[in-house]
Design a protein. Structure first.
Length: 378
């Protein structure tokens, strides 16, 4: 992207070639070397395990990241969560998009079916007859073909169906339609991705995958694609040999919560993705002894998965408000204008709070990537 007309500190946080200490704060930082290594680790994993990769772009909302995953990381397409999000990626050239959600609002369905399906493979999830009929009618009117995945409730208790009888009824209905194609099943259990204890996480994965195995056996005559899987359990889920495609998202950046999950202590070659995403903050006050105040608070980071952790310092981020973050600093190590890298607790909603990624190698800015689909939540 051409940045000549942008001003540092007004509408961009940095320029290429700038030292990291001069980047305007708070800003979202990608450590390129770590990011690239995470991408290549996942590529090696899917190659070795013979599964397809469709990473979830709701995490990063970035055309640049999506293209990197496709061009360098073995991904054959992406996932999105909303129609407008999918439109952003389609308009920037992504050719294979699965919306891992039900699209039920009639205007949203119309927008979905107006995406040029001759130049982009578009899919979405369904779990009821009314929705299927509405998608068919709109797709027929707009001369498009929409691939659908029936969502299977494999434990999340959110959307989807459990009853094989109800699932069969939907398959039968879809197979009467001219502009909808049955592709397979969305089978994602988000409730197990954040279980910290490895042994318990493994038990829950096995329970989930046993359900999916029964589903796959029951509907094997349709040769369904089984898609799902998350960063928290991807290795365990793939080992169960029920998935054809994985939808991991956070692996590219990681965050404080995913990094805290316990690994299998009996396995030496466990895949460890490292934190590539940081919120860069600046110390603006040390007036209270044994603490420092930085300029990154609630408007810079999501706290739904806990407070951020302080990178490269044995310090603790203890409190925040809209634009302030309080760091416990018992030895008064931090000084005014020191830069502090924070690892957000949850990367997805944190990314959606920023307009730009500042991409760095070592301490030098090498690129700026827009958060292309920021705010596209319709």
């Amino acid at each position: 992207m051409k940045l000549e007309k942008f001003e540092v500190g007004y509408n961009i946080p940095a320029k290429v070639g700038m030292n990291i200490k001069d980047v305007q704060t708070p800003s979202l930082i990608i450590d390129y070397k770590i990011f690239e290594n995470n991408i290549l680790k996942m590529k090696e994993f899917i190659t070795n395990n013979k599964v397809k990769l469709r990473p979830h772009a709701k995490m990063h909302k970035s055309i640049d990241v999506a293209n990197f995953q496709i061009n360098n990381g073995g991904a054959h397409g992406i996932c999105c969560q909303k129609v407008s999000e999918a439109e952003v990626f389609f308009r920037h050239g992504i050719k294979d998009i699965l919306i891992t959600n039900q699209v039920t609002d009639l205007l949203k369905i119309d927008r979905l079916t107006k995406i040029d399906t001759k130049n982009c493979n578009i899919s979405c999830c369904v779990d009821n007859e009314e929705n299927i009929i509405n998608i068919q009618n709109s797709a027929f009117e707009n001369n498009s073909i929409i691939n659908v995945y029936i969502e299977y409730d494999c434990g999340a208790n959110r959307c989807g169906l459990e009853s094989f009888k109800e699932i069969q009824s939907l398959i039968d209905l879809i197979n009467t339609m001219s502009n909808i194609k049955f592709e397979g099943f969305q089978a994602y259990n988000g409730s197990i991705q954040h279980i910290e204890d490895f042994a318990q996480r493994k038990i829950n994965v096995q329970e989930t995958c046993n359900k999916i195995r029964s589903l796959k056996t029951r509907f094997k005559d349709y040769s369904p694609i089984i898609t799902g899987v998350g960063t928290g359990c991807f290795d365990l889920e793939v080992k169960e040999n029920v998935y054809d495609e994985i939808q991991v998202g956070s692996y590219a950046f990681m965050d404080a919560h995913y990094s805290s999950l316990k690994k299998d202590s009996k396995v030496n070659n466990t895949i460890n993705f490292k934190n590539a995403l940081f919120v860069l903050s600046n110390v603006m006050s040390t007036s209270v002894k044994k603490q420092a105040v930085v300029d990154a608070g609630l408007k810079s980071m999501s706290l739904d998965s806990g407070l951020p952790t302080v990178f490269n310092y044995d310090l603790k981020y203890i409190n925040c408000s809209d634009e302030h973050g309080v760091i416990e600093d018992l030895d008064n190590l931090l000084k005014i204008n020191d830069k502090v890298f924070l690892i957000p607790g949850h990367c997805d909603p944190t990314c959606n709070l920023h307009d730009w990624y500042v991409v760095k190698k070592d301490n030098i800015v090498i690129d700026l990537w827009p958060v292309s689909a920021r705010g596209f939540s319709y």
